[in-house]
Ligand binder design. Structure first.
Ligand code: SAH
Length: 386
């Protein structure tokens, strides 16, 4: 049994599922491999949780009720997560099947890439051997994958004080495949060399960007070509920019797979945009999808300056009537902050922007309204009117 402070209890009552270590009153004798009952300081039951002995997030609620049969609960949650996505995902055999807290399975992420499942375990409870066994058997029974691969984040295992473990096959033999997203094909290789794939959370934004794309397009921070490949059928010319050569090599293979002619440019996005905006090079469509600039709250000011500089340069480089698709995957940057930054960039670039879409992550990455941490991706599409 874990007893939590009044502050921890009110957090749970407000709909969140986390209690931080500083709000734990007692957790004597609690084991982290199986669910534990959580009570407030008076002994009132608040639900059943998974407990971590090392993480700052000590308690992650898994149910508001007592749990008699944990494996049965896990099986049900997996079935529910699969069923939830059936009406929401179209024309794609790559999407997130389980998104941790957002699917009431804290510490577990499962992605599907065609016939390969990629699983990531982030907490002590999900790492326990019997839990792993239940997860594998239920996923196999429901989805019949050719193989299941585990992707290990060594830093997470260290933080959770779990023994080191290598990424690798858990089941089956194949580790590579080709998957389809909105009709576009991508190489996927779970283990060999650099991990390949697409950013699944951008799936719906790829399709949205394509609806507004035209003319000469530039996909900045293109990685393996997620946006560029979607824009190619709509645009007269597409160029993708990234600082990573291995990413561009896979992007080029993806272009060949889709019979697209895309120019790949290995460069620093900041330098290139500065150069283009100053030299008079112009585009009709620009996508900005940088890595998370704000990894923590402390980085917020520097991150906002980075986003503003990029957006300012992109706005100066767009022709009148041009489309800007601009993203941020930093959880610490709110949608409000992001729109404010964009308004500032438009003002400084002397451009008038019309918002056409304010978007978030694809629906297979559900946002729980009472758990703000589940919402992290922003994607704004705007048209430059002058
Ligand atoms: N738009 C991509 C995902 C981008 S991830 C997609 O939809 O698949 C961020 C990318 O930014 C990574 O590929 C990384 O190599 C690249 N990157 C990071 N810093 C960069 C910089 N300063 N200039 C150019 N690319 C950079």
């Amino acid at each position: 049994m874990v007893k939590v402070s009044p502050r921890g209890a009110s957090r749970l009552k407000d709909g969140h599922v986390w209690v931080y270590r500083s709000d734990i009153v007692s957790a004597a004798g609690v084991s982290s491999g199986s669910p534990v009952m959580v009570t407030d300081h008076r002994g009132q039951i608040l639900g059943t949780a998974l407990y971590s002995s090392s993480s700052q997030i000590a308690v992650r609620l898994i149910s508001r009720d007592p749990v008699a049969d944990f494996p049965a609960l896990l099986r049900q949650r997996i079935a529910d997560a699969i069923a939830y996505r059936e009406p929401l995902v179209h024309d794609s055999n790559a999407y997130r099947i389980i998104f941790s807290e957002a699917d009431f399975l804290p510490g577990l992420i499962v992605d599907r890439y065609n016939n390969i499942l990629s699983m990531q375990i982030l907490t002590q409870a999900m790492d326990a051997e019997p839990v792993r066994g239940t997860l594998l058997s239920e996923l196999t029974e429901r989805l019949h994958p050719a193989s299941i691969v585990e992707r290990v984040d060594p830093r997470v295992r260290q933080l959770e004080e779990l023994p080191a473990r290598a990424s690798g096959l858990l089941q089956g033999e194949s580790t590579s495949t080709v998957f389809t997203m909105n009709g576009v094909q991508f190489q996927f290789d779970a283990l060999e060399g650099q991990k390949t794939g697409a950013f699944l959370d951008q799936r719906e934004n790829y399709a949205a960007a394509a609806r507004y794309a035209h003319g000469e397009a530039l996909d900045v921070f293109c990685y393996q070509g997620g946006f560029a490949l979607h824009l190619a059928p709509r645009c007269s010319h597409v160029a993708g920019v990234d600082s990573s050569r291995p990413a561009l090599e896979v992007a080029d293979q993806n272009a060949i797979l889709n019979h697209c002619d895309i120019e790949w440019i290995e460069a620093s996005a900041f330098d290139l945009l500065k150069d283009y905006s100053g030299s008079g090079q112009r585009y009709d469509t620009i996508v900005l999808d940088p890595p998370a600039f704000a990894k923590s709250k402390r980085d917020l000011d520097a991150a906002m300056r980075g986003y503003k500089e990029l957006n300012l340069r992109a706005l100066k480089t767009l022709r009148p009537g041009g489309t800007l698709v601009t993203c941020s995957c930093s959880y610490h940057v709110s949608q409000g902050d992001f729109l404010e930054m964009l308004a500032g960039a438009a003002r400084d670039a002397h451009r008038t922007l019309r918002l056409v879409e304010v978007r978030g992550q694809a629906k297979d990455h559900p946002v729980l309204l009472n758990i703000p941490e589940t919402a992290y991706l922003k994607c704004v599409i705007a048209i430059v009117s002058n």
